[in-house]
Design a binder for this molecule. Sequence first.
Ligand code: IDP
Ligand code: MG
Length: 140
Amino acid sequence: MAATRTFSIIKPDATRRNLTGAVTKMLEEAGLRVVASKRIRMTREQAEGFYGVHRERPFFNDLVAFMTSGPVVVQVLEGDNAVQRNRDVMGATNPAQAAEGTIRKAYAESIEANSVHGSDSDENARIEIDFFFREEEIVG
Ligand code: IDP
Ligand code: MG
């Protein structure tokens, strides 16, 4: 299968605990390559725009506050079937339901502070990559 791309965020709960390398190692061991990466502090406008699909959910304001509470690492990952491969290694949204061997099982603190984001479709991967990266920042 041809390599595809997905978009990942190492969330503030993970950067705060100095887990950027540990999380990235699990992504790499799952067969994903980091082809772009930068550490940023998301603005409220960025977080609201990025999570716009969740605007009506009860946890939206808390989620925006959490995602802007500290640095995050935004990444573009490349690999065979990258979107699904990344979702598999991330594990379930709620760490209480995450399988052994997944990032969220190993590191997530709660359903909100769950250490990583990953795109849920190829179409959303393209939109999310474009939200944070210019094409020349991605080096495969
Ligand atoms: P996903 O990150 O596994 O794709 P989504 O349903 O897209 O999960 O939710 C986006 C993010 O919103 C989650 O990763 C988590 O940080 C937060 N979130 C989801 N559901 C809840 C909840 O019930 N309470 C608090 N935060 C939540
Ligand atoms: Mg999602």
